[in-house]
Design a protein around this ligand. Structure first.
Ligand code: FEO
Length: 403
């Protein structure tokens, strides 16, 4: 844990969770995470912006004590999920005069899940301002990044946008700022894929809403602070846009090598066509890599053997994840090998992707019996050509074609 000044009278209070490996028992955290809270000392009032994850409350209170504040007037809650709001009851016990400043939806969540009484809240609406004396906070509702209650807080005098989950990254790092942009890019993209991508259209809307603000710094609830906000804003504009890469993602599983032979052939032919290929063996791996590759890929080909009247469970899981994360891919197909009952593999995958049926074009599957034979490779050639032609129609530059 550490308190660091990001501008005069503004402290970042960070708990760095180096060891956490799973979020919500669901999202893998290969690089841990941070819970960032910010203290803003105005000439008349002091505000804390968000708190931290409940198991880290004791060390967080130590950090607050070390910050030297004698009184706290406001606790701004940008979001009700407990990794940011969970220490509010303990902070209220330490500073009983403080009020929780938040929007109506977030207030409801915090009141219900943390049992904070009604008289402890100040409810704010979109665009409301709160004066701290020589500094002022302005609140903008940004619902569905990633819960219905989410908002951001703008400190106009210092041009800092406090965004909680929005623009965050699950990255335990000693860096206060995102100076290692390649590393942060990777973590932020994975975070976007796993948490924000289902709400892409909301993000587009919020980016437009926030565009008129002059922003010198973006201070998120997870990961390093952006001292160069254009870095993350441009990435979010691109990720949330309709732009697609000519990229084929191939989640695959093989039991007796037949499906692997098909996947290897497919990868080589697609590469020869100049397409980017991202194969993912889904057995026992971190699904975050697969999720990240879905952010801008145009095409997904599921490759699975038939198991118990359907695809392999790890491919079922990959299709379920894709349906839930709602990437912007346009083409999908299925390949695989079976001993018996092969067509059911494709039927099940189409069913699992039912939430995306309006946007997806399903290319004919290539499902074969046993090891691939000459006619099976020709069927894969036809699929490759179909994928290539469909990608040619996309309005993006193709990577250089190999000789
Ligand atoms: Fe939605 Fe970082 O919590």
């Amino acid at each position: 844990m550490i308190a660091r000044e990001i501008k005069p009278d503004i402290l970042s209070l960070s708990v760095i969770d180096w060891d956490r490996r799973l979020f919500d028992q669901l999202v893998p955290l290969p690089e841990g995470t941070t819970y960032n809270s910010y203290l803003v000392k105005g000439s008349e009032k002091t505000a804390l912006i968000d708190t931290v994850y409940p198991p880290n409350t004791a060390e967080y209170l130590e950090l607050l004590k070390k910050s030297g504040i004698q009184k706290l007037d406001y606790i701004v809650a940008n979001h009700g999920e407990q990794d940011h709001s969970g220490s509010i009851p303990a902070v209220l016990a330490m500073f009983p005069e403080a009020k929780v400043v938040t929007n109506a939806r977030c207030k409801g969540l915090i009141a219900e899940s943390l049992l904070v009484p009604d008289d402890k809240f100040i409810e704010v609406a979109d665009g409301d301002k709160l004066s701290l004396g020589n500094k002022s906070l302005r609140f903008f509702l940004t619902p569905w990044v990633h819960w219905p209650d989410t908002m951001v807080t703008y400190l106009a005098e210092d041009k800092i946008l406090f965004t909680c989950d929005f623009f965050g990254s699950h990255l335990a790092s000693s860096d206060l700022y995102a100076q290692d942009e390649a590393r942060v890019h990777d973590a932020a993209k994975r975070y976007y894929a796993e948490i924000m991508m289902p709400f892409r259209m909301h993000i587009q809307k919020h980016l437009k809403k926030l565009a008129p603000l002059k922003i010198d710094m973006i201070a998120p609830g997870h990961g390093p602070v952006y001292a160069r906000p254009a870095f993350i804003l441009d990435l979010y504009k691109d990720w949330s846009s309709d732009n697609l890469r000519k990229e084929v993602v191939i989640p695959y599983v093989s039991m007796y090598d037949s499906t692997t032979q098909m996947v290897s052939y497919l990868i080589d032919r697609l590469m020869e066509k100049g397409l980017t290929v991202s194969p993912h063996n889904m057995v026992g791996v971190d699904p975050g890599h697969f999720a990240k590759s879905l952010v801008d890929a145009s095409t997904v080909v599921f490759a699975s053997p038939a198991v118990l009247a359907g695809p392999h469970p790890d491919i079922v899981s990959a299709a379920y994840l894709m349906n839930a994360l709602r990437p912007k891919a346009k083409m999908v197909s299925v390949v695989g090998s079976f001993g018996w009952g092969g067509n059911i593999v494709s039927t099940r995958i189409v069913e699992l992707l039912s939430g995306l049926k309006k946007q997806l074009h399903f290319l004919d599957p290539v499902l074969i019996k046993g090891l691939p034979k000459e006619e099976d490779f020709r069927a894969l050639d036809r699929l490759v050509e179909e994928i290539y032609q469909a990608n040619l129609q996309l309005d993006v530059a193709a990577p250089a074609k190999s000789l």
